[in-house]
Structures are given as C-alpha cells and as structure tokens.
Design a protein around this ligand. Structure first.
Ligand code: CIR
Length: 258
C-alpha cells in the first residue's frame, strides 16, 4: 500500500473565550486556568506557524465554550470541505460561523439531520477515511460523509469507537503507513493494513498526536511515547496541553489543517 502524506498550507484555529472553562467535559481534572489555557493555545499556534502553515486565527465565539476545538465542525480535504452536524446539540451553532471562513478555500457540503458527525471522529489517511461511530457521530453521519466523498475517490470505513470521546482520541496517523493507537485498537481488524505503534494504557492521551508536513506534535509528559515515536525518525515537537485536556481536548481538536 502506497500512502501519500498530506501537505498542509493552512490551519484554522479559534481563540478560547473566557467561557471555555465551562464547556463540555467528562474528564475529572478540574477547571482549566484561563491564562494558562491561552498560553498553551498560543504555543500551539506558534508551533503551527513554525512549520510554515498560514494560520487563520479566529476570535473567540461567545456562547460556544467549546468552539476553539475547531476540528469538530468540518472535514477539509483538498477537493471539498464537509461541514459537520456535531453530535452535541450545544455545539451545532459553531458550524455556521465556519461557513464563510472555509468557503473562501473550498466548495462546501453539509451533513444534515438525522446525521451527526464530529470532525474528531474522522481520520483521513491519503484516500482512506476511518470514521468513528461514537456518542457524537452516528451511522447516518458516516454514511453521508461517504456519499459526499466517494465521488472524489475516497473509501470510508465506519469503526465503533468504544471508550473515548472520538476516534482520534485513540487512533492517529503519524506518517507513512503508521498509526499511533491505544491498546483497544492494537489488533483491530479495520487497521491491520497499517503498521501500528501501540501506546500503553497510562499513555492513552498521547495517542492524540498530530502529524503535520513531516513533523510530529505530541503532548508533553509522555516520555515513553516519545521514545516509541523516535523510531519514525521525524522531528518531534512537544506541547503542554494540560488545560485543554481538562475539557477532553487534545492537539488534533485545536485546528483544521488543509
Ligand atoms: C467537547 O466535548 O466537544 C469538547 N469539550 C472537546 C472536543 C474535543 N475535540 C476533539 O477531540 N476533536
């Protein structure tokens, strides 16, 4: 299997607003410190810029405490962008605020009721798309995504997520034919075409590592995973994400790359 790696030019991010402390979360890690959240977000934006991306920085969106997790509201591919219909009702209004932003770069299609889809459940590896079926993404959302993208030559595999918020909480592409996965996905039949690096259960959060134009961005504090990733011979940037983690967020959620 020959896998083309993406070459991103742009990233969209959104500033966390003061209400970000009161977004959705299942983590029992306390309320984020707002100043520290802003600092960590700024370091993330700086890291994207250091990789040569043009970063489109959106202002905070009052009334939508989770809106800085921009990944969930769209799936942006070279050919087209799909606006999602987030599974969490509280987040649906975020999508409208992305129409004009992404519409400048791509033609748009939308997931519609009764489909639900969060971008965090969508892992694109070259022309293959794995779609997590989760509390946020239903089978109808996955079906609509497949219908929208198959004309462009994408194949789609729906995969139940089990534990964890999103599919990319557990599985991410780290370049070439390699995925970084939690133990739950180590031997998953849908992933056997890929090489898999399996993180230990206590390091599961670090499975949410981001691969951008040949560089890996991983969360700080996971030395064992760093050692595992070193074998890939890619530059690695580590970023502190403690405050986003309190809101169930990680590195992929914070941007839309395209
Ligand atoms: C939510 O529950 O929607 C946010 N607090 C976290 C979203 C994280 N997004 C992602 O993993 N793509």
């Amino acid at each position: 299997m020959n896998i083309a790696e993406p070459l991103f030019q742009y990233a969209i991010v959104r500033q966390p607003g003061p209400d970000a402390l009161h977004g959705l979360t299942s983590a029992d890690l306390g309320i984020p410190g707002y100043e520290l959240l802003l600092e960590q977000h700024a370091a993330y934006v700086a890291a994207l810029k250091s990789l040569g991306l043009n970063v489109i920085e959106l202002e905070a969106l009052p009334g939508y405490p989770d809106a800085y997790f921009v990944e969930d509201v769209a799936v942006v591919l070279p050919e087209v962008a799909v606006l999602t219909r987030p599974g969490a009702v509280e987040r649906r209004g975020e999508v409208l605020h992305m129409v004009n932003v992404i519409g400048r770069y791509r033609s748009l299609v939308s997931i519609v009721t009764p489909g639900t889809l969060d971008g965090g459940d969508v892992l694109v590896v070259d022309k293959h798309i794995m779609v997590g079926l989760s509390d946020r993404t239903n089978a109808e959302g996955a079906r609509q995504l497949e219908l929208a993208l198959s004309p462009f030559g994408y194949t789609t595999t729906p995969i139940p997520v089990g534990d964890g918020l999103h599919f990319k909480s557990s599985v991410n592409h780290v370049g070439g034919r390699t995925l970084l996965v939690t133990t739950a996905f180590a031997d998953h039949p849908a992933l056997t075409a890929y090489d898999r690096i399996v993180v230990a259960d206590e390091d599961a959060y670090a499975a949410n590592t981001l691969f951008i134009n040949g560089t890996l961005i991983m969360p700080a504090g996971f030395a064992a995973v760093r050692n595992q990733l070193d074998v890939l011979n890619r530059p690695i940037i580590t970023l502190d994400t403690s405050e986003m983690r309190k809101m169930d967020g990680g590195l992929t959620c914070l941007s839309l790359r395209f």
